[in-house]
Each structure stands twice: as C-alpha cells, then as structure tokens.
Design a protein around this ligand. Structure first.
Ligand code: C2E
Ligand code: CA
Ligand code: CA
Length: 505
C-alpha cells in the first residue's frame, strides 16, 4: 500500500507522462508490433493495478469552477502524501481550515454572483500569501483547506503568524459594483506534530475542530488544535444533540411575561419566551440553548413549538374569561426565511379560531435594518397583511430606517432595555427615550419599553407617554399555570392603587 502510494505520484508526475508517447514509439521501433501491443495494452493494466483510475484521483482531478482550486477529494490525496512524508522524516507541516465570516449574510445581501466573485478574490489572495508548493482547496461555499508543504522549520508561532497574514490579506476591502466589501475570516489549524490519531483524516478533523473553536470566539478568530478543543467541541456537540432531543421531547416550552398598558394598568399582552426545563440542570435560559438550536438548524421547529403553545395559551385565557389581547412570539431570522411562513401562520390562526391581530410577531430591529432578502421582506409584509401585529424588537440596537418602518407596516416598537435602565435618574437616558417616543408618535407607532425593573422607571415611562411596559418590575416570565394567579393578583392591585397617569394625555 505504502509503496504503491509512493510510486503512483512518480509514475504520474509530469516527466513520466511526457515520456509516455516516446516510450510507446520506441518500443515499436525496437520491438515491432508485438512490443507495441504489449506496451499499449500493458500500461493501462499497470496503471489500473496502481489504482490510478479507481479514485479518479490523479487521472482526472475535479476542480472548483469558481476558483479553479482543488476540491476536497484532491486535497485529501495531497494530505495523504504529506502525512506519509512527515511520518518518515523530521519535516514539519500544518493543516489549516479557513472560513469567511458571515458569508451567508453576504450572499443574502448582495446575491450569489457577488458571493462567487468574493470567494474568487479571496482564493487568489490566499494563494498569493502562501508559497508555491503549499496546497489550497475549496472545500465549502466559503471554506478553504490549506496543507503546508513539509519544511524543516515550522512551529506554532510561525503558523500563527501565517494565519495572521492570511487574515490580513482577506481583510483588504474587495471592490464590488463600485462599493467596497469588508470581510473577515476565521482560521483553525493543526500542526502535524500535534495531530491526534494516526490518519490524515484525523489530522484534518482536528484542524476543522480548531476552526469551530475559532468561530465560536470569532469573528476573526485564530485557534490551534489542542486536546482541550476536542473536549470543548464535544461538549458543544453534546449540547446540540441534547437541545434537539429536548425540543423534540417537549422540554422546551414558552414562559410568559406580562406587558401592561400605562394608560389603564391592564394587561395588554404576554410575550412568550423559550425555556428549557432540564430534568437534571433545572431551568436553562435561551442564551444557552438558542445558539445550539441554531447550529442544529432547528430554529424553525422552535418557532412552531412556541407559536403552538402561545396560541394554546391565548385560547386558555379566553376560556377562563380573562382579557389578554395579544401574545408576542419571537421570530428568528431562519424562520423568516421560510417561504411557507405566512401560509403556516394563517393556517395556525384559523385552526385555533383566533384573529391574526392577537398575534404579535416580534422581529429584531437588526433583521429589518440589515436590508433583508426578498423572502424575509415578503414574509414580514405578508404577516402584516394577514392582520398580525408586527413588533420591532430591541429597538435602538439596530438602525432601521423610517422608510423600512413604513414599508414593513410596523405596529409597535419595543424600546430596548439599554435605554430604560436607570432612566428615572439619568437625564441622558430620558432625552433618548423622549426622542424615540416623539418619533413614534409622529409615525403613529405604538411603543413598549422593555426591561422596566423599578417603580421609578415605570412612572417615568408612563409620564413620557410610552404606551406599554414590560419588565421584572411588572412581572417576571412565568410558566402558563402561574399566569392566571398573577393576573388575578394584578387586577386586585389595580383596584387598590391609582393608575400612574400620563402627563401628556
Ligand atoms: P428578548 O426578545 O428581548 O426578550 C426579553 C428578554 O429580557 C428576556 O430574556 C426576558 O426574560 C428579559 N427581561 C425581561 N424583563 C427584564 C428586566 O426587567 N430586566 C432584565 N435584566 N431582563 C429582563 P430571555 O427570556 O432570557 O430571552 C433572551 C432572548 O432570547 C430574547 O430577548 C429573545 O431574543 C430570545 N428568545 C427567547 N425566546 C425565543 C424564541 O422562542 N424564539 C427566538 N427566536 N428567540 C427567543
Ligand atoms: Ca422579544
Ligand atoms: Ca427585546
């Protein structure tokens, strides 16, 4: 096997291939027809015996149509050679895996043609940065694999420096349609001397795991493989699997946080917030498991679960004769990219016999401001046209234009908690909130302040004319079963205390 691996490249190297016609001709001159036939028929048999045709590895090496680079298969072949070479000698090498950060967003914003041209440019820059004998392949939409040609001197520091140079090369602006695109990339690598296991595949997997770690800490991360990374990668993939199983098994369900009107003090809605009640670890917050579900591609499924339970809750409040006008559900970017979203929501509302206006679709301001692609735009407009309320979540953290607020038919803005914190004691905060409320009033948008924690903040927001408030100061997120008691207690409190009135009305 080893000998074959060593002979194959020699036999198939450019010199040998160049001599092939000459060899054939010479046998005819020297040995006549019989010799010619022997060589003509024998050579393919010899090549077949070496397995050359088998993997289409060398006789035809497929290349990427965009960058002209090797693909994964060709890369694996080279990797195998380098793995052997570095096994037998003191030569050193490293495998790197590089991925452009946020490439999907780039394609959804500028289109596939722009994406291709960016990848092509990046490929050229990677090649320019490396030495001639290093091998580069395109192994994914925005992913490149690099195998450094074995040399005497290569250590961790030199490899990190090279990764840094690759990053710098890709960070130069890329001209596109008269504008400039700014990119970053993450790089994981594994030194041959640190590669786990004994196979080239394990070496490559280690570099890929290092990339995962770089991206986890990214953008623009660089990480070298260590056994530690292996453990962390494993922990993350365990979390992914556990979260997927929890979603499937019904352990992830919404809790509900009340929203109240500053005018009347009455409940104006509840926001459904995902909670994982873990049999061993207790309550796990969304910050921990949402990224895992996102990586597992399960955000759409989460939305379905959340919508189902949120509408079930509305029906239950209705049946109990309690007035809860709306329920808010958070819609992730992935869900908003689903072309069947509007039909599905319509179908769910009909199935539950609920008016679409009772569903408040919460969409992050950052999603709206990042000039979303056609499907997202159509979905938001479609949900609005269906009659759903559209809430712009975390308002103030993105930069949604007034034009997009109009275009998407936003009904309400949810002022981010960062503006609300200590607003009653900080004049700067008051100015900002005042400006947002004035804008909302002009645009005839409803307003809700998030993260209201104290009576002081609540009173100030009411005085400034904010329509609704939500926060720990009013009520923490709670399981559905507790909402009925909470509403009863809240109503009792309302009857006892005067409502904090608005100054302006
Ligand atoms: P969000 O949509 O901005 O939700 C409000 C978050 O602020 C919730 O955190 C809530 O518990 C917290 N919060 C509410 N009042 C206060 C307060 O007075 N003080 C402080 N410090 N925090 C307050 P939670 O439940 O941990 O959710 C975090 C984020 O996770 C949410 O932010 C939302 O973006 C996301 N999320 C939650 N559930 C879902 C879901 O079902 N789908 C999607 N796509 N995202 C979800
Ligand atoms: Ca929200
Ligand atoms: Ca929010």
């Amino acid at each position: 096997m080893r000998i074959r691996r060593k002979i194959t490249p020699i036999l198939l190297g450019p010199p040998m291939l160049a001599f092939l016609p000459a060899v054939t001709l010479a046998t005819f001159w020297l040995g006549g027809e019989v010799a010619l036939l022997t060589v003509a028929l024998g050579m393919p048999v010899l090549f077949a015996a070496l397995g050359v045709f088998g993997g289409a590895k060398i006789s035809y090496v497929p290349r990427d149509s965009v960058t002209g680079m090797l693909l994964r298969e060709g890369f694996e072949f080279v990797l195998e050679q380098v793995h052997i070479e570095t096994d037998d000698t003191n030569l050193r090498s490293a495998v790197m895996v590089l991925e452009i950060d946020d490439y999907k967003d780039l394609v959804s914003r500028h289109g596939q043609a722009a994406g291709d041209s960016v990848v092509q440019r990046c490929g050229e820059r990677i090649i320019e940065t490396l030495r001639d004998k290093d091998t580069v392949a395109r192994i994914g939409d925005s992913k490149f694999a690099i195998c450094l040609t074995p040399v005497q001197q290569l250590d961790l520091e030199l490899t990190v420096q090279l990764a840094g140079r690759l990053q710098a090369a890709l960070e130069h602006p890329i001209p596109l349609d008269g504008a400039s695109i700014y990119l970053s990339c993450s790089i994981g690598f594994c030194m041959r001397s640190r590669a786990p296991g004994r196979s080239p595949a394990e070496w490559f997997t280690a570099a890929t795991a290092a990339l995962g770690e770089a991206q986890h800490n990214g953008p623009s991360g660089i990480r070298a493989y260590s056994a530690d990374i292996h453990r962390r990668t494993k922990a993350r993939s365990d979390l992914r699997e556990d979260a997927a199983a929890a979603l499937e098994g019904g352990q992830i369900q919404p809790w509900f946080q009340p929203q109240i009107s500053t005018d009347t003090g009455k409940v104006s809605g509840f926001e459904a917030l995902a909670r994982w009640s873990h049999p061993v670890h207790g309550m796990i917050p969304p910050a921990t498991f949402l990224p895992a579900l996102e990586e597992a591609g399960l955000m759409e499924q989460l939305s379905q679960v959340m919508l189902y339970h949120a509408l079930t809750a509305l029906k239950a409040w209705d049946a109990a004769g309690i007035e809860v006008p709306t329920v808010g559900v958070n819609f992730a970017m992935d869900e908003l990219k689903n072309p069947g979203l509007v039909d599905r929501v319509k179908w769910e509302m009909e199935r539950f016999e609920l008016a679409p206006a009772r569903l408040a679709v919460e969409i992050l301001e950052t999603v709206v401001s990042d000039s979303p692609d056609d499907i997202i735009t159509r979905n938001i407009i479609g949900l609005g046209a269906l009659g759903c309320q559209i809430d712009l979540d975390d308002f103030g953290t993105g930069h949604a234009s007034i034009a997009s607020v109009r275009r998407f038919n936003i009904s309400r803005i949810k002022i981010d908690r960062s503006f609300v914190m200590k607003a009653d004691r900080d004049p700067e905060q008051q100015k900002l909130i005042g400006a947002i409320l004035t804008m909302a009033e002009r645009l005839e948008l409803e307003t809700l302040a998030e993260g209201v924690e104290t009576v002081g903040e609540h009173a100030l927001l009411a005085q400034l004319g904010c329509d609704h408030v939500q926060g720990f100061g009013i009520g923490r997120p709670m399981p559905f079963d507790q909402t009925l008691d909470w509403i009863t207690a809240h109503q009792a409190k309302l009857q006892d205390a005067p409502v904090i009135g608005k100054l302006r009305s």
